[in-house]
Design a protein around this ligand. Structure first.
Ligand SMILES: [Zn+2]
Length: 153
């Protein structure tokens, strides 16, 4: 299916880690994002649990980075984690996100960033044995946009 396409056009890893494809100044980001979005995406804040609008999103579709539009997740990997944030067990492609060691707040966690614009999205935990991967991408709703697929042809 479309997976093959992504594999063919993917960027080499060194390009992703060294230069984000989308680069903007803090001032530019502030203009484009709401204060809440800016705090999460550019300052790695975490939205309050159970407040995100995408928690109850159950339609078929695609989740994108709110800052740059990069496709991050698809609805078939979203699951009920009961943790208060929208959760996914896998990214659309391994190149969609960057994983970074995060030692803030006295914890060792894996931070998840958009591979395209380096914005903070949330954290990755391996505490979801009920999913095919065992992984839980714990995302902030405000870091994502949802694009429903029109299934009524
Ligand atoms: Zn992005």
């Amino acid at each position: 299916m479309s997976i093959t396409l992504f594999r063919v056009i993917r960027w080499p890893w060194h390009d992703l880690s060294m230069t984000p494809k989308v680069e903007k100044s803090n001032e530019e980001w502030r203009k484009e994002l709401s204060p809440e979005e800016y705090a999460v995406l550019r300052e790695a804040a975490t939205e309050r649990a159970w407040t995100g609008p995408l928690l109850e999103e159950h339609r078929i579709g695609v989740y994108r980075c709110r800052a740059c539009g990069n496709e991050l997740f698809r609805s078939d990997t979203k699951f009920e984690s009961h943790c208060g944030w929208p959760s996914f067990f896998d990214a659309t492609t391994t190149d969609a996100v960057r994983l970074i060691e995060d030692r803030s707040h006295g914890m060792l966690r894996t931070e998840v960033r958009c591979a395209s614009c380096d914005s903070h999205l949330g954290h990755l935990f391996d505490d979801a044995p009920q999913t095919p991967t065992g992984d839980r991408y714990c995302m902030n709703s405000v870091a994502l946009t949802f694009e429903p697929v029109d299934t009524a042809e």
